[in-house]
Design a protein around this ligand. Structure first.
Ligand code: GTR
Length: 336
């Protein structure tokens, strides 16, 4: 944090230099560059592993001139801090959820709307196609983002978990304090479902669950498992109310210092990482579900009729935000 403040004080021009200089210290004068990457998840988690593999390919393709140094497990702070550091060039690659990116470029919020995708294969089709490319370009070209959108990644579907009781119906959520990611759409979604949505960083969640500041949260099985949240919140209800892809961001300040060829190489490897992560994701999701069941978590399947009630309950969220994304939503729905 001290480093960051000093960097911020030194002005925009110096930021980039500082960002690369910390790493270049090791590389010296041979033009070597170590790109600093970060993720909230630990080593071995699909998104982390995909970026680590991308780094190995980058190193091989450039004879070691470019490489990636991964700082996993929130070592550089939560996602808000990660994004801010990428924006000033204090780090180069930040793998985050689209959740906290929506407030920066509103169009991306379309992916943050509850039940916007029919299922996970539908989401993957959309991010692989022209809508995915357009939204990455929107982010990159937006003057306020100061970020380059490199690729998407699969994060499955998010479901509610809590420490109090099995949630089987939408009515069961009533009165439960549920942590949501920092974006008003999510707090409104939980409130529409009858719960009490509380915005909080992922980095604070385990403690909040343990001390009862919140009763629960919502996430995909790998995050619920790897964050050890299942140890303190033992009811997991497969509500699948949000299917939000992840996004791999590059600092625009740092990007502009790269040659066109290096930019093209990184962009190509990121596209490969998008596909590679998907395979890792599917394996990990199955493993995580198995692990939490073995650990005694009660996994509650929500039957289709009840799932429909969850979908109906979020109508106020669509009434409030939906009109802005109507065109895009139509195109998303048309993807088969
Ligand atoms: C995870 C996601 C993280 C972070 C986290 C959260 O599924 O991979 O990027 O967004 O959820 O809930 O904050």
């Amino acid at each position: 944090m001290i480093v960051r403040r000093e960097i911020l004080k030194s002005g925009a021009g110096a930021l980039v230099t500082a960002g690369f200089a910390g790493m270049a210290g090791r590389a010296g004068a041979q033009g070597k560059m170590v790109l600093k990457a970060t993720d909230v998840h630990p080593l071995g988690y699909p998104t982390v592993e995909a970026v680590v593999r991308m780094g190995k390919k980058l190193e091989a393709a450039t004879g070691g001139r470019l490489s990636i140094q991964m700082y996993p497990s929130m070592q550089l702070g939560g996602e808000k801090e990660m994004i801010e550091q990428a924006q000033v060039g204090a780090l180069q690659l930040a793998r985050v959820s689209v959740g906290p990116v929506g407030p920066i470029v509103d169009e991306l919020n379309v992916f943050n709307m509850p039940f916007v995708f029919r299922d996970i294969p539908h989401m993957n089709k959309v991010i692989d196609g022209p809508i995915g490319d357009e939204l990455l370009a929107k982010l990159t070209n937006s003057p306020q983002s100061r970020l380059v959108g490199l690729c998407w990644m699969d994060a499955g579907a998010r479901s509610v978990y809590n420490s109090k009781k099995p949630v089987r119906t939408v009515d069961d959520l009533k009165g439960l304090k549920i942590r949501m990611m920092g974006n008003p759409i999510f707090v409104d979604t939980m409130n529409a479902l009858g719960g009490n949505g509380i915005a909080m960083g992922f980095d604070q969640l385990y403690n909040a669950l343990q001390t009862g500041v919140v009763d629960g949260a919502e996430n995909n099985p790998p995050s619920y498992e790897s964050g050890k949240h299942f140890q303190v919140a033992r009811y997991y209800s497969l509500t699948e109310h949000l299917i939000i892809p992840e996004i791999l961001l590059f600092s625009k300040a740092s990007w502009e210092k790269l040659s066109k060829d290096d930019q093209a190489l990184i962009a190509k490897l990121a596209k490969e990482a998008q596909q590679e992560e998907r395979k890792l994701w599917q394996e990990r999701e199955a493993q995580s579900l198995e692990l939490i069941k073995k650990a005694g978590v009660e996994v509650i399947v929500i039957p289709p009729a009840e799932k429909k009630r969850f979908q109906e309950a979020v109508k106020p969220v669509w009434d409030k935000y939906g009109a802005k994304y109507a065109e895009l939503v139509k195109r998303i729905q048309a993807v088969n």
